[in-house]
Design a protein around this ligand. Structure first.
Ligand SMILES: [Ca+2]
Ligand SMILES: [Ca+2]
Length: 183
């Protein structure tokens, strides 16, 4: 790891190279000893250089838009699940939750044909998808076009399926949610 080039020392380039090198070594040692998770904010969990926080409690707290805004305010986004490994990490993470059902995740079909993650990638034709059987189904599609199932969540109990697979749900419903951001 090379840190020296990233640091500007008061007094400019006339400071000794030895001091710069010593400082870089100390910083590298601190970062290595503290582990990757120390880079995440308190309460967040680290996986594959990303930080994750699930928001949970006795009662669901936010609709999809509100949850997305909270994650964004923290410098992140509603979780985008890109592999079975990331899904397995999340399964373990929310296994500790008080209420393990219904977490908003970062995909929707708003203004689009089909489901897309908020990074623009398809959530239906991607190499990894994890929808519950028969989902997304836009269940009980009402006459009100603003009340369709257009947002993605995981963990809804459907027909005896208690897994953390994905479902489309109404964006204005209050659920729990999971934020992700790069370290
Ligand atoms: Ca991700
Ligand atoms: Ca559905």
């Amino acid at each position: 790891m090379i840190f020296t080039s990233h640091f500007t020392f008061r007094g400019g380039p006339r400071k000794s190279k030895r001091m710069q090198r010593t400082t870089a070594i100390i910083l590298a040692a601190v970062m290595c000893l503290s582990g990757a998770s120390a880079i995440c904010k308190p309460g967040y969990n680290s996986y594959n250089s990303h930080c994750y926080l699930y928001v949970n409690g006795p009662q669901p707290t936010a609709n999809w838009y509100e949850a997305s805004a909270v994650c964004k305010a923290e410098g992140g986004y509603l979780v985008i699940i890109q592999s079975s490994y990331e899904q397995t990490f999340l399964d373990g993470l929310i296994d500790n939750a008080v209420n393990q059902d219904n977490f908003w995740i970062g995909g929707n079909s708003l203004g689009k044909s089909g489901y897309y993650w908020t990074n623009g990638n398809s959530a239906e034709t991607a190499s990894y998808t994890n929808w519950k059987t028969g989902q997304p189904d836009n269940w009980n599609y009402p006459s009100d076009p603003n009340n369709q199932e257009s947002c993605m969540q995981l963990g809804m109990q459907l027909a005896g399926d208690t897994s953390n697979k994905w479902n489309d749900a109404r964006c204005n419903e209050k659920y729990f949610y999971i934020c992700e951001y790069a370290e």
